[in-house]
Design a protein around this ligand. Sequence first.
Ligand code: GDP
Ligand code: MG
Length: 159
Amino acid sequence: FHRSEVKMSGQKEVTFIMVKPDGVQRGLVGEIIKRFESRGFQLVGCKMMSPSKEHLEKHYADLKSKSFFPGLIKYMSSGPVVAMAWQGKSVVKTGRAMLGATNPLESNPGTIRGDFCIDIGRNICHGSDSVESGKHEVELWFGEKTEDYSLCTESMIYE
Ligand code: GDP
Ligand code: MG
C-alpha cells in the first residue's frame, strides 16, 4: 500500500443521482449537475434514458407495498430521466443533504428540492440513501460501465 492509495480509498464512495422526468422537463439537468460538480464531486457515469416500468419497479422495490407506488412508477416513466453516478468522500450522505427532504415543503432553501419544487410526487431528483444502496443502485443502472479516472484537481479538493 502506498499512502496515497489508503488516503484515496475513502473517496471512492459512489452514489446514484437521477434527474427525474419533471426535472428534465423543467430544464434543471444542468443546475443539478452544476451543484455536484461545484462541490467537488466526480462524475463517473451519466446517461439520458427512458427506463422500463420493470426497471423502475426494481429500483423502487422497497416501496412496492406503498399506496403511492403505482403513481410513482407512472410519474417516473412519464419521460426520460438523466441517470448519474457521482463519486467522492461521503458523497452518499452529502448528496442526500444537497437534495433536501423527500417532501420538498420540508426541504430547506439552499437544497435542490428546497429551491426548485413543491410536491412530494414531483420532487425532481433521486439520491441513494446509504453507502450500500449507492453501490447497489449504481450497479443496477450502470452495471460495470462507470468511468475510473482521476481528477487533476484532486489535491485541491482533498487535503
Ligand atoms: P427519497 O429517497 O427521498 O426519494 O424518498 P423515498 O425513497 O421514501 O421515496 C421515493 C420517492 O417516492 C420519493 O422521492 C417521492 O417521489 C415518492 N414518494 C415518497 N413518499 C411519497 C408519498 O407519500 N406520496 C407520494 N405521492 N409520493 C411519495
Ligand atoms: Mg429513497
